[in-house]
Design a protein around this ligand. Structure first.
Ligand SMILES: [Zn+2]
Length: 76
């Protein structure tokens, strides 16, 4: 169902999740419409396929962060 506000004024997207430094998920404040950054750095609707890709990206990103933190700690 379409939100009347969005139909009149357009969606008001806010970041809902930081997947990686470059990939983020956005959610409209007024309806549940969601966007994400695709591999070209452009915004695209957050389809189940992109959700799946993002969850994989997020896992890899977290692992990388953990590893770099561990290296940082051992270097202290
Ligand atoms: Zn909206």
């Amino acid at each position: 169902m379409k939100n009347v506000y969005c139909t009149l004024f357009g969606h008001d997207y806010k970041i809902s999740k930081n997947v990686t430094y470059h990939v983020k998920e956005y959610k409209c404040k007024h309806c549940s419409s969601q966007l994400t950054t695709n591999s070209n750095g452009k915004l695209t609707p957050l389809t189940p396929k992109f959700k799946e890709i993002n969850s994989v990206l997020e896992r890899i990103h977290r692992k990388r962060l953990e590893r770099s933190q561990r290296i940082f700690m051992t270097n202290l």
